[in-house]
Design a protein around this ligand. Structure first.
Ligand code: BG6
Length: 511
């Protein structure tokens, strides 16, 4: 494969690590859409050892060949290297590493069969029996699978490491997350556990740390003295697709805020870690979550907005309302949009509001973090009408058009001193010749194989996040406040979201 010279830098070389990836729930959507395409891309880029095997484990009675066919469909549709898969020689090489073991997740004897298969593959290749277990099943199976892996003696091996990757959702509230952590820790050591939040695998999200801690100019102003407020926006143009059954129980706060958006906040708000190393970073992230002021039921009503989309259109395509979807309860009150306001009680952020918003069926897909700076202390120039809205903004564009821009005032050419906001832009595409960033799963799978847990959520971190989110959901349920608003599909959300910021004399950044 020809390397893009702009992308190669120190640290791109990653040691090969023979491994068997064992996917529980291998017949599901995630495996064909994300996991196997990501592994295929890693192989194409020579990022993993040629001694890798993928073993799918699931209830359906599939043969190896049928599993391979299904994965071929997935790779040709979803991989960055889809066109390579069409080359039968290349696909043939890759697919020889795909295996399937049939078994019900609650049948202990099938785990012993699975164990024998995996051990046999390592023996044949005379290599260590390193294993990455990946739980890609509905969460209701997590406990059963973890316990059965334990009972089958598959947690420790004399000849190789064992790790487990767990997909979200990790619990539905604090109590269930604690219980799941309990099950995990009764079988695995925390150092073996990799909880996925795919936002952490995004290039732009990792770049938050580089921006903050590899440059000297940002940190001195990254605090309450200079920052007026922070906005985190994750707008999705998609609806809930075929997942209405899950989504109607979860809602936007569990689906997007408890994990992805709070993770973004921790990276933006954390103190410099003592080392660029998993636990040092995660320690700092946990501190941020613990410093966020928890909200009482009454406060939730005041600091949040929730809404659900009704029918509308996106890009001319008619979109049925959320309640019309199959799988949603009649008269469902599940929010598909929320906006929340938080305060962080620590020296760096005291008094700096953090506003977050996320919704489905918005006009376009865009995720952005923006740092809004304070006004200059004294203005020498004629004031303009919307002066308070013309502060400097540093915008970190997570997706799409990944990049960073700084908005500042500039003099309009010509007589007098008239001003206009301008932007200085960095774009990944232009600077690094990056057409399509690697999928988050590529990075995360590779890190898990390498034993680097930096981009995975630790058990205490997940619990600290639920500790903040539980009262929001309970507050809404207990008081019914604020009212569930509606917004038309294809619009930017309900009026209440604008009022939330207007009541503070601010407004959302236009996305
Ligand atoms: C998932 C949510 O975790 O993240 C989905 O369950 C959401 O509802 C998705 O659409 C968004 O991810 P991305 O990478 O498309 O921003």
């Amino acid at each position: 494969m020809v390397e893009n010279p702009l992308r190669v830098g120190p640290g791109m070389e990653r040691p090969p690590n023979p491994v068997t990836v064992v996917i529980f729930g291998a017949t599901g959507d995630l495996t064909a859409r994300k996991l196997v395409p990501a592994l295929y891309s890693l192989v194409q880029e020579d990022q993993i050892s040629p001694h890798f095997e993928i073993v799918g484990f699931a209830r359906r009675d599939w043969a190896d060949d049928f599993f391979r066919e299904k994965m071929f469909e997935g790779v040709t549709r979803f991989s960055r290297f889809a066109e390579h898969a069409a080359d039968s020689a290349l696909w043939g090489q890759f697919s020889a590493h795909l295996h399937y073991v049939q078994g019900n997740f609650d049948q202990p004897e099938r785990y012993r069969e699975l164990d024998r298969t995996i051990a046999g593959l390592a023996q044949e290749q005379n290599r260590p029996d390193n294993r990455l277990y990946y739980l890609a099943t509905p969460p209701s199976w997590y406990d059963v699978i973890i316990e059965n892996i334990g009972k089958a003696g598959m947690v420790q091996g004399e000849n190789g490491w064992r790790r487990i990757v767990i997909e979200k959702p990790f619990g539905v509230d604090l109590a269930s997350a604690r219980a799941l952590n309990g099950t995990l820790h009764s079988v695995f050591d925390e150092s073996q556990v990799y909880r996925i939040d795919h936002y952490l695998g995004k290039e732009t999200v990792q770049n938050i740390l580089v921006l903050r801690f590899a440059n000297a100019i940002y940190e001195p102003i990254w605090n309450r003295r200079y920052v007026d407020h922070v906005q985190i926006s994750v707008a999705e143009s998609v609806g809930v697709g075929s997942r209405a059954g899950y989504y109607d129980q979860a809602g936007v706060v569990r689906d997007m805020f408890q994990n992805h958006i709070l993770q973004l906040l921790t990276l933006v708000a954390m103190e410099p870690p003592v080392a660029f190393e998993a636990d040092a970073i995660r320690d700092e992230k946990v501190k941020v979550l613990r410093a966020i002021r928890p909200q009482s039921v009454d406060e939730v009503a005041h600091h949040s907005v929730r809404a659900q989309y009704t029918d509308g259109a996106i890009n001319g395509e008619p979109i049925p309302g959320y309640c019309e979807l199959e799988g949603t309860a009649e008269g469902s009150q599940t929010p598909t949009y929320a906006a929340l306001r938080w305060q962080i009680d620590n020296w760096r952020w005291q008094g700096v509001p953090i506003y977050m918003r996320s919704g489905k069926c918005m006009p376009t897909r865009v995720s952005e973090i923006s740092i809004h700076f304070k006004q200059p202390p004294h203005l020498l120039f004629d004031a303009v009408d919307d002066e308070s809205l013309r502060s400097n903004v540093l915008a970190l564009r997570i997706q799409p058009d990944e990049g960073i821009s700084l908005k500042f005032e500039s003099k309009l050419p010509g007589q007098g001193v008239r001003r206009r906001p301008v932007t200085m832009d960095f774009r990944y595409g232009a600077s690094f010749g990056l057409v399509e960033p690697p999928d988050a799963y590529e990075r995360l799978l590779l890190d898990a194989m390498l034993g680097d847990a930096m981009l995975f959520t630790r058990g205490d971190e997940i619990e600290a996040a639920w500790q903040l989110i539980d009262p929001v959901i309970q507050g809404w349920e207990a008081s019914g406040k604020p009212d569930l608003e509606i917004y038309e599909a294809g619009t930017w959300g309900p009026p209440g979201a604008d009022h939330l910021l207007q009541s503070d004399g601010r407004r959302w950044r236009r996305l």
